[in-house]
Write a protein that binds this ligand. Structure first.
Ligand code: 523
Length: 146
């Protein structure tokens, strides 16, 4: 059996999830608060979510931002900026971060309990899911913070 055959037969434990750092003209980044009743409720995250079957990461993120925030992002605005790799109970989370500086519409919390625009150097003030921590450090490096 080849490696490819085994992966098809047994699946693969990687769980791909996409997330966005929306950066506004003042250099602030949007975080959203995970709602009550969901895993990691109350924590502040980079908006995003799971890939649906057959989706590309970029397609999934554009869909998630429309559903969660009511904004439209053109594919060319997605800048791959980092990733986090985090073990979960039964799978392994691979969280991909994209910086986005151009979108149309004004973000509205359609699924989150709240939205906050914060400076990258102030993000420790907002408790985040474990996988978002490494993304903050990569985001700062990507945006030119030390
Ligand atoms: N994370 C995470 N950080 C982060 C996101 C967007 C997601 O750690 N910035 C984790 C939380 C879950 C998994 O990724 O373990 C899936 O995220 P979730 O549940 O927000 O994905 P959705 O929005 O696709 O979930 P549904 O509401 O179920 O559709």
């Amino acid at each position: 059996m080849t490696v490819e055959d085994r992966m098809r037969a047994e699946g693969h434990p990687l769980f791909p999830v996409v997330a966005a750092a929306l950066v506004d003209d003042a250099g602030r980044v949007l975080l959203q608060q995970r709602p009550q009743g969901k895993a990691l409720a109350g924590l502040w995250e980079f908006p995003g979510g799971k890939l649906e079957p057959g989706e590309t990461p970029e397609g999934a993120l554009i869909r998630e931002l429309q559903e969660e925030l009511d904004i439209t992002v053109p594919p060319a605005a997605l800048e791959a900026a980092g990733f986090a790799s985090e073990p979960l109970a039964d799978r392994h989370l691979l969280l991909l971060l994209y910086v986005i500086r151009g979108w149309s519409g004004t973000p509205r919390a359609l699924e989150a309990d709240g939205l906050i625009w914060c400076r990258p150097e102030e993000m420790e003030a907002w408790p985040m899911p474990p996988a978002d921590g490494p993304l903050v450090r990569q985001l700062r490096a990507y945006l030119g913070f030390s």
